[in-house]
Design a protein. Sequence first.
Length: 208
Amino acid sequence: MFKKILLVSGVFAFAFAILSISILQATSITYSFTARTSDSPVLGVEASEINYQMPYEGKVLPDSPIWILKAARDRIWYFITSSPLRKAELALLFSDKRLMSAQTLFKNKKPDIAVSTLTKGEKYLEVAVLQESIARSRGFDTSMFLERLATASLKHREIIDGLMPFVPEDAKPFVIKVEDYSINSYKVTSEALNLKNLPVPINPFDGD
């Protein structure tokens, strides 16, 4: 009986993975831009005012044929997570990693997939904000995560600004639009921190 349950569970997991991959393929965002051919400065050379450590993006990037499996894994991981606070943490992690992947792709002169990756990653930032709000409404103590999320939003904006020398002219409007996710994320999280009478990370972009 136990073996039968394991077998059924395994089949279900495999079927769900295939379904997730199919959905991912069907809803993928595609762009076509002209890659910059001139030499550009090295990313991240300027000193940062924002104290937030970005994660390593990993060896498998969105230009890899096996990336779709990694993306499907993330979706399944998020789907089976029940806690809204943990969902928020996962969404932020996925957002951070995709931003770093997009940075590498821009550096490698692959703007089409870089813009797509950046867009999907910043949408995960929006998901993190939403799930934090749900967690807070259910009585979770989100104070530490709120501060982290606000700081991450500033870091995302800083990194996206730093991408501009690598972004083709025809892609810049898309990247500028995507930056709205980090701007809105900081606005929402800073307001929530104010309501809790907690310190708000300083916004170095004030006045822009």
